[in-house]
Write a protein that binds this ligand. Structure first.
Ligand code: SF4
Length: 724
């Protein structure tokens, strides 16, 4: 741990009088866990010392601590930080494979200016000075037609807002990869926080509606470790999953119920009804802590009988009753929700309904239950001009959104929007969108339509500061610092904004991205007196307390809303009203090796997950005369996708599942399963080249927005299946 720590930024912003030099009272857990100055890591072949640098993964927003092992300036390996309270040394495959993105031979390492038509991918390399001047000039000229900045949320959100403001104002389209718009709207409206934390290490019962923590977000690898360890230590800790697909989590559950997509809400409301009828609810919690009362809730829930829920969802009424009673009787219980609940046209409503189970049983903000701590938000979208990404794409398509200059950072709307072919047509039209800038590590599908591409560093080459929940909901401050030098002419996003802003004659108020992150760290309560930035740089995190009282959510639980259904309700998706024999609901899922905007073109991860077959229930497939690996077309009103199909008992009979993350047109040869020569000899041996790179399921997904949040109903595209 000999890395020289730059402290000027932190000290400049830290409160006067804070003792940033009081370093002796903490010892790096990293050092005590594995490595010490006297006994460093060495390379077993060369005997050379290998330096370990603590940092934070950004494969997703879980905030896992990593250690980058560096020898002679080369990153050799990424491991989990054993002392980190978020992941306790564990890392998922995406975290471990980050090195392949950083050293990807197809990264964009110079600023590019378009020379061909939009979409053709023809460029000339220019200097940063020229590129920043070109972007600044265009933003000034097009300001009146509207500037849109589409970006990732998190620690860069304040500087994104400041940049827009300095450029004369604009619209921020912010992706929150921790959660979906519907989930966030429901949690904000009900509990006043954007994220909750299931206290899995201390729970007795895990009731999972449509989440798949063993494979994908919104939970990180720490959740998997906590779940496995809780169940290994105590075999009575039960995991029950409702999901149309036998996901990695459903497969590890004690019980799996394959319900019809989008019907979780009616199952949950029937369970709440049973709990109240059986007298297993927590009357004093409801009457004291919520804005409704027991008698109102009882009357409202009476219509949601288990028999009704069985008719709609396919889950047997007796199972609904039994699971409801088990969950209510468990001394401690958590609810998990995933995209299966909220990525629907009534996603906000669905999420409210499922969350009611924690409320009626009083399983909130106590050990082993769902915790709603303050202090986990890190500036996600919510300003006056903010808009959810899918609502923005929809309004762009409908010509309701004015865009003079469109800046896209680390996102890929040409791939990830519903109806992407329509988005492509709009972005190809210079009259509709006069100027497009992409800031990314690669030329993405959207990058192919850019006028200027600005090359960004990966998270392994930059500074950052995130907040994430540690054990029992305690907020952990997670520090990111470079574990390898910036490759080529790539720069961190924050520095790219600064360069453009400077060319437009504005200062963003910091020297560089390290300085910006130092200013954020200086605002972390208590950090100055506990080692300041040096502590962050040495350990990679700062965990001030275990769910301290002052971090607890305050105020009532807002069960009753003024807008939308007053009390949590089930709203039947319109698509189901006329679903006919032979029609299916297509749901997308995220494989473990895929994280949108992060894993594309990663050689190691593409080897694991490169194409997407579709899955159908065995009996449903046989009825149609299909067998596994037959080629079929998935058909929606927008077109068809040819895929191989697999018959499995692990699917709800009216549902087709397909993986997201395949079928890109941008990035590089690796993403498109093509062999090529590079400094990495393995790029000549892409053994899956004959299997292709799969299809983009969004191409047949029509817009279907949740009015309450603007999020897309991804999980209910109605399709037919025909032999190809
Ligand atoms: S869970 Fe997310 S943050 Fe943790 S290692 Fe995996 S990708 Fe990285």
């Amino acid at each position: 741990m000999t890395k020289k720590i730059k402290r000027r930024s932190f000290l400049k912003y830290a409160a006067a009088g804070a003792s940033a030099a009081a370093l002796t009272h903490y010892l790096s857990p990293l050092l005590t866990a594995k490595q010490s100055e006297d006994s460093p890591y060495v390379n077993r072949s060369t005997g050379k010392k290998v330096e370990g640098i603590a940092s934070t993964c950004a494969g997703c927003r879980a905030g896992c601590g990593i250690v980058g092992y560096v020898q002679d300036g080369q990153l050799m390996k990424i491991s989990g930080n054993p002392a980190h309270p978020v992941n306790n040394g564990t890392l998922c495959l995406v975290g471990q494979a980050g090195l392949y993105t950083a050293y990807d031979p197809e990264r964009t390492l110079k600023p590019l200016v378009r020379v061909g038509k939009r979409g053709q991918g023809q460029w000339k390399e220019v200097s940063w000075d020229e590129a920043a001047a070109e972007v600044a000039g265009k933003l000034k000229a097009l300001q009146k037609r509207g500037i849109v900045l589409e970006t990732r949320g998190g620690f860069t959100e304040p500087v994104s807002r400041e940049f827009l403001s300095k450029m004369g104002g604009g619209t921020l389209v912010s992706h929150d990869y921790v959660t979906s718009p519907g989930r966030k709207a429901a949690l904000m409206g009900t509990f006043g926080v954007a994220y909750d934390v299931p206290d899995i290490p201390n729970t007795k019962y895990i009731l999972n509606f449509g989440a798949n923590p063993y494979e994908s977000g919104p939970f990180g690898v720490g959740t998997i470790a906590a779940m496995s360890s809780a169940r290994a230590k105590d075999s009575s800790v039960k995991l029950v999953t409702f999901d149309p697909r036998l996901s990695a989590t459903a497969g590890r559950s004690d019980e799996w119920f394959p319900l019809m997509p989008g019907t979780d809400a009616v199952v949950a409301l029937a369970m709440a009804n049973v709990i109240m009828k059986e007298g297993l609810h927590d009357q004093s919690y409801i009457d004291r802590n919520t804005n409704t009362n027991t008698s109102q809730l009882r009357a409202h829930l009476a219509a949601y009988t288990p028999a009704l829920a069985e008719r709609i969802s396919g889950v047997k009424a007796e199972d609904i009753k039994r699971i409801a009673v088990e969950y209510a009787r468990a001394e401690r219980g958590v609810i998990l929700t995933g995209g299966g609940v909220s990525k629907h046209s009534h996603g906000t409503s669905n999420e409210r309904a499922v969350r009611l189970l924690s409320v009626v049983t009083g399983k909130l903000d106590r050990t082993g239950c769902n915790l709603t701590p303050k202090g986990l938000d890190s500036g996600s979208a919510g300003g006056a001009d903010d808009v959810a990404p899918e609502k923005f794409y929809h309004d762009l398509k409908e010509k309701k959104q004015k865009v003079g200059a469109y800046i896209v950072h680390g996102c890929d709307p040409v791939y990830s929007s519903p109806e992407p072919e329509e988005i492509k047509k709009i972005l190809a039209d210079e009259a509709a969108v006069p100027f497009i800038v992409c800031m990314d590590t690669h030329v993405s599908d959207t990058g192919l339509y850019a006028d200027v591409v600005l090359p960004l560093t990966t998270y392994l080459e930059e500074h950052g500061l995130e907040k994430a929940p540690g054990a029992s909901g305690s907020p952990v401050v997670c520090y990111r610092q470079p574990v390898l030098p910036a490759q080529g002419d790539s720069v961190p996003y924050v520095d790219a904004l600064k360069a453009v802003s400077a060319k437009a004659g504005h200062s963003l108020g910091f020297d560089d991205s390290e300085d910006y992150v130092g200013s954020l760290a200086a605002k972390v309560e208590g950090l100055s007196g506990e080692g300041g930035i040096d502590r962050l740089a040495k350990n990679g995190f700062y965990a001030p307390s275990r769910y301290a009282g002052n971090q607890k959510r305050t105020g009532r639980v807002e069960v009753a809303w003024k807008e939308g259904p007053r009390l949590p309700s089930f709203e039947q998706p319109g698509e189901y009203d006329n679903i006919r024999e032979g029609e299916f609901v297509m749901v997308k899922y995220s494989p473990g090796a895929y994280r949108e905007g992060v894993t594309e073109n990663n050689l190691l991860l593409k080897e694991i997950s490169h194409t997407n077959t579709a899955f159908i229930n065995t009996e449903a497939g046989k009825t149609m005369g299909l067998k596994s690996m037959d080629k079929v077309n998935l058909v929606s009103p927008l077109g068809k996708l040819e895929v191989e199909i697999v018959l499995t008992p692990g699917m709800q009979p009216r549902t087709i599942a397909i993986a997201a993350g395949c079928g890109h047109e941008g990035y590089g040869n690796i993403e498109r399963a093509k062999c090529f020569k590079s400094e990495d000899p393995f790029t000549e041996f892409i053994w899956w080249k004959n299997q292709g790179s799969g299809v983009n399921p969004n191409r047949i997904t029509p817009f279907n927005l949740d009015k309450a949040s603007g999020g897309q109903g991804w999980m209910l595209t109605k399709i037919t299946v025909e032999k190809a």
